[in-house]
Design a protein around this ligand. Structure first.
Ligand code: XMP
Length: 518
């Protein structure tokens, strides 16, 4: 059986039939203050669903056709389990199929995009106008609803855009309420949760923080715990949660591998030592890392060396503390859902490694953020009093500037890159563009080009600036930064950073490129 969170009393199951919007469905539910967890359809049974005490179930969409014998199905007894159900797209057709309604595959009915929806009176359409826009994406459609069900919405093409058995509290919508293109999608999900499932809405980050602190305070009473702090939002929030729970029994180790951005190590030390008064060990391991990386140009090799060296440094520090009971990790929910999903090719090794191996002698791994989405982690961070600048920080890769310095790494190159990156960041912040881009940084290419300064020939490095807009970092578009921001960044970088002769802006999306250059 898949992972079920038994600490939450009110929860909804998102039964996953392989749709692309499944995480979005769970997030939409949680935005309404109800905890939702995603479980693949073949990893749970009706009995287990009943035993887990879900307030409701959402059948997700999926790419298949219910007619395909290999398509995902679920035991029809779930319809009589007494738990409210909302089926979306494929999930809607599956309900019709399970209830022995009639489903047709007809090209002429297929709908894609924004479609006008007409709704009738129903608990899930409470407060929604008779006509509104919904997002459709289907070829199969329900022609006749199963016995006991009524049609509650249609579109010009689709005679049965939604149907319901109000008595058994089963609802099915052909469209996608979870995407923002569906005008009243949020309200439909809210109606399902509150009108149909009768949820109370107890899932808030304030409650989560309080309960988590309380839980670890009891569970870890008197035990020593270790945390590898990177300064990123996940490990920072995990550390502060644990610190609030167990105080000085938590020791954080921050490894400065010399591949950090300008001022980063100082900032981490200031926040965690001064503001939170934590037991913090800052290890200056710059020389050690640079020595190991000298002359290495291959990106995967750089990652491997940094990963291994990091563990070695961490292990050495941990041993000085003596026996620790547990190690804290900042794993978050998308890591949990995505781990073990498919056999994707290894593009970059970070996608396939999960934290520190068990080189340190501890009995337990504590992952306080294991059930949270990134925006929820940020919510908890703010709740705990962590400064917004840290909470909303853009992601920064573990191997740091090593994978933004193309080719071999030297102290001189890192210094050039740090300065250029700091200027680019300042210009983005000065123009209030932080919210318009999800990640932005400078890359030191290994290319030197000819230039002219005063009357003299120069031969300096080329800096590439990169800014991307993305929801999930799996795909990304290059951000259309204003020319004036780019112009100022370019002029300042070439004037203020010695050794740079040219600045270019990276206008490649992912795919085909990746976000980082290495
Ligand atoms: P890519 O370059 O794979 O980046 O498109 C997607 C996101 O992952 C980050 N990234 C890394 N994070 N270790 C990490 O912890 C790594 O080796 C690594 N490589 C890329 C990248 O910054 C972006 O946010």
């Amino acid at each position: 059986m898949s992972e079920i969170n038994s600490n939450v009393t009110e929860k909804v199951l998102v039964l996953d039939f392989g749709g692309q919007y499944n995480q979005l469905i769970a997030r939409r539910v949680r935005e309404q203050n109800v905890y939702a967890e995603i479980v693949p359809y073949n990893k749970i049974t009706t009995e287990e669903i009943k035993a887990a005490g879900y307030s409701g179930i959402i059948f997700t969409g999926g790419p298949n056709s219910v007619f395909d014998p290999a398509s995902p199905h679920f035991s029809a007894d779930i319809l009589n389990a007494g738990i409210p159900i909302l089926g979306i797209c494929y999930g809607c057709q599956l309900i019709a199929y399970m209830g022995e309604g009639e489903i047709c595959s007809a090209g002429s009915i297929s709908e894609y995009g924004k479609i006008e929806l007409s709704v009738k009176d129903s608990l899930i359409f409470d407060g929604i106008p008779g006509k509104s826009i919904c997002w459709m994406s289907h070829t199969d459609y329900v022609k006749r609803v199963p016995d006991g069900f009524n049609i509650i919405a249609d579109t010009q093409q689709c005679p049965c855009a939604a149907f319901a058995d109000a008595e058994r509290k089963i609802y099915a919508v052909q469209f996608h309420p979870e995407v923002t293109h569906t005008e009243y999608g949020k309200q439909i999900i809210r109606n399902f949760l509150y009108n149909v499932c009768e949820c109370k809405g107890e899932w808030t980050m304030e409650n989560f923080a309080k309960e988590t602190i309380e839980k670890y305070r009891e569970q870890l009473d008197g035990k020593k715990v270790l945390c590898a702090l990177s300064g990123g939002v996940d490990s920072s929030v995990a550390a502060v949660l644990l610190h609030k729970a167990i105080g000085d029994n938590l020791t954080c180790v921050f490894v400065d591998h010399g591949l950090l951005r300008k001022g980063e190590a100082e900032m981490v030390e200031k926040v965690f030592r001064q503001q939170f008064n934590m037991n913090l060990i800052c290890v200056n391991a710059k020389a050690q890392f640079l020595e190991k990386l000298a002359g290495v140009t291959e990106p995967e090799k750089k990652r491997k060396i940094i990963g291994e060296e990091f563990i070695r440094v961490f292990e050495k520090e941990a041993k000085k503390i003596g026996k620790v009971y547990a190690l804290v990790q900042g794993t978050i929910y998308p890591d949990v859902i995505e781990s073990g999903a498919g056999d994707a090719a290894t593009i970059k090794s970070h996608h396939n490694v999960g934290g520190l191996p068990s080189v340190v002698d501890f009995e337990e791994i504590i992952e306080p953020l294991r059930c949270l989405f990134k925006d929820e982690v940020r919510g908890v961070g703010l709740e705990l009093g962590i400064a917004p600048e840290l909470v909303y920080r853009q992601p920064f890769p573990g191997p740091g500037l090593a994978i933004r310095t193309v080719g071999d790494i030297t102290e001189e190159k890192l210094e050039i890159l740090r300065e250029a990156d700091a200027i680019f960041t300042q210009e983005i912040v000065n123009d209030h563009l932080e919210k318009d881009t999800n990640q932005y940084f400078a890359v030191l290419t290994n290319t030197r080009t000819v230039g002219v300064m005063g009357d003299a020939r120069t031969y300096g490095y080329t800096i590439a600036l990169r800014a991307v807009s993305t929801d999930d970092f799996m795909t990304a578009d290059w951000t259309r930064l204003p020319f004036k921001t780019l112009a100022r960044a370019s002029s300042r970088i070439t004037n203020e950073v010695h050794g740079i002769g040219r600045v270019v802006y990276d206008i490649t999306s992912k795919p085909p490129a990746t976000v980082e250059w290495e």
